[in-house]
Design a protein around this ligand. Structure first.
Ligand code: FES
Ligand code: FES
Length: 204
């Protein structure tokens, strides 16, 4: 093969490769249709049923489908805690779980805790202690704080405690450790801790 014909055939291969859609070979026929499912759960005491794409996170189901925008999306991959809600009394990052996995569950979001004039004690303590600045992390911080105190009272070890028989003390250090998954970019940590300590009834 002459150098000229080699160059021409190489250029033709490059052109064909460049115009083929990315991943076209890997696309199975009919993959444009994504499966959806019906899911029913209770949100803040109200029964809700949704038809959702199976890939919808619980966070997006709450915010986009149920318009409960109090729960915030920060990182959307489990690193900031802004999306924390309570499911059957336990806190979870709602960005890391699919809505369809929560059939029959009891979900509590910040909207279900209190309202102006009738705040949950933790909400009132956050206000009293200035436990927020921009407020973006606050719904997650408050949901997490409430669940943290229940975890400690129920003697559920944090991820750093491996001995199930260890008695867990309610101390500011224990609270700080358990709240470490909730990031506050405004750095309101000491005020957040003051609020939780007050609700926990700890003398410091
Ligand atoms: Fe879920 Fe950040 S948005 S952890
Ligand atoms: Fe602004 Fe926490 S109050 S991120």
């Amino acid at each position: 093969m002459s150098r000229r014909s080699l160059l021409i055939s190489s250029a033709a291969i490059v052109a064909v490769t460049a115009t083929a859609p990315k991943g076209a070979a890997a696309q199975p026929a009919g993959s444009a249709m994504s499966p959806s499912s019906k899911v029913s759960f209770t949100v803040n005491g109200e029964s809700r049923s949704l038809d959702v794409d199976n890939r919808t996170s619980l966070l997006d189901a709450l915010r986009e489908h149920l318009h409960l925008a109090g729960t915030k999306k920060g990182c959307d991959h489990g690193q900031c805690g802004a999306c924390t809600v309570m499911v059957d009394g336990r806190r979870i990052n709602s960005c890391l779980t699919l809505a369809v996995m929560h059939e029959g569950d009891q979900i509590t979001t910040i909207e279900g805790l209190g309202e102006p004039g009738d705040l949950h004690p933790m909400q009132a303590a956050f206000v009293k202690h200035d436990g927020f600045q921009c407020g973006y992390c606050t719904p997650g911080q408050i949901c997490s704080s409430i669940a943290v105190l229940e975890e400690i009272r129920a003697n559920i070890p944090s991820h750093v405690t491996s001995d199930l028989t260890t008695e867990v003390q309610i101390t500011p250090a224990e609270i700080r450790e358990r709240m470490s998954g909730n990031i506050c970019r405004c750095g309101a940590y000491s005020n957040i801790l003051d609020a939780i300590v007050e609700v926990a009834g700890i003398k410091v």
